[in-house]
Every structure is written in C-alpha cells, then in structure tokens.
Design a protein around this ligand. Structure first.
Ligand code: HEM
Length: 162
C-alpha cells in the first residue's frame, strides 16, 4: 500500500473503515424520524487526498438508502479542509471548513443538483466529524431546504472496523 502523503497527516485519524454501532438517528421537521446504519470508508493512494465512500441503509429493512463518495483535501500549511462530494440523490457539493484537533466543522461552499432532483431542494449543509476520546467517530449533519431553516437531519456514531 502507498505511503501516506504528509499533506494528509492531520486527518490520518479518519483513515480506515467505520461502522455505525447503534443505529443513527434521522430527523427533520417535515419527515418521520428514522433509524439508519452506515459504513464509512476513508482511504488514500499516496496522493495529498483522502478518498471516501459513505453507504447508508435503513436500520430495520436494511434497504440501501443514501450514498455519498468523494475526496478530501487540505490547504497546505493551514487547517482549512475541503470535501468534494457526490450524492446518489443527484446532489454535488463542495464543503469547506476547519480542522481543530480531532474535530472537523464543514459547511456548504458550493452546491449543484440534477435538473429533476426531488423537492424540497437542499440549500445548505453543515456537518461535524469528531473523533471522541473513547475512539468512536461521530457525525452530525444539519441542512436547510427551500422551506426549512438549518436544522439537524442526522446524528450517528461509528466504531472502527478496520
Ligand atoms: C429526507 C437531504 C443524508 C435518509 C431528506 C430530505 C432531504 C434530505 C432534502 C427531504 C426533506 C423534506 O422532505 O423536507 C439529505 C442530505 C444528506 C442526507 C443533503 C447528506 C448530506 C441522509 C442519510 C440518510 C438519509 C445518510 C440515511 C439513511 C433520509 C430519509 C428521508 C430523508 C429516510 C425521509 C424520506 C425521504 O424523503 O426519502 N434528506 N439527506 N438522508 N433522508 Fe436525507
């Protein structure tokens, strides 16, 4: 396997595969609350880039639901981080933010979608990844849509599986 590019060393705590331990919780004012399971995979090939895939499933039916994949870059010499993301719902997105210790705070910087994307359309996303002292990884996602202000949509905790 390729040697880690020093540019992504500050994010090495993300690398590997993570599985939700207890089901994540999904909510939004306009939908029924739901529970989901999710696998995250962060990898690299020696470039100053992390590659990622997130695959989510309904907790009870195990039906595949949401999927995202993309790339993570760090602006050299800074704590500025960018996520370049494609989602199966027809959304593509750039999120940018800052790395502070083992916490990443990201916000939508640019967003586009397919012409026939389902409504309501997302207008803003903000998310936090945090490696907790107990070794668990936590992700929370908030979003604003055409008709709702920024509010939490997802909250989930993962355990490293490899
Ligand atoms: C609903 C966006 C991730 C499961 C929604 C809605 C939006 C949305 C805009 C419709 C809200 C409304 O009708 O007012 C997003 C975005 C995500 C994301 C931008 C990632 C950044 C996920 C994930 C799951 C999920 C990881 C896990 C399974 C659902 C479910 C609904 C929903 C079950 C309600 C039923 C439906 O409309 O399909 N999401 N979502 N979402 N989302 Fe997400």
């Amino acid at each position: 396997s390729a040697e880690l590019n020093p540019a992504i060393l500050p994010l090495d705590w993300l690398l590997g595969t993570w599985e939700s331990e207890e089901p994540g919780e999904g909510c939004f004012p306009t939908i029924n609350p739901f529970r989901y399971i999710e696998t995250l995979c962060f990898s690299h090939v020696g470039q100053p880039v992390i590659n990622f895939m997130f695959n989510a499933f309904h907790a009870e039916s195990k039906k595949p639901l949401h999927r995202e994949c993309g790339f993570i870059r760090i602006q050299p010499g800074t704590n500025r981080v960018a996520f370049i993301i494609a989602q199966n719902s027809g959304l593509v997105e750039i999120e940018e933010g800052e790395l502070t210790g083992h916490q990443l705070n990201l916000q939508t910087h640019a967003l586009a979608r397919i012409s026939f994307a389902k409504e309501p359309h997302v207008q803003q996303i903000s998310r936090v990844f945090q490696l907790r002292p107990d070794g668990r990884l936590e992700q929370t996602v908030s979003m604003a849509t055409d008709n709702q202000p920024l509010m939490q949509h997802l909250r989930i905790t993962y355990r490293r599986s490899s």
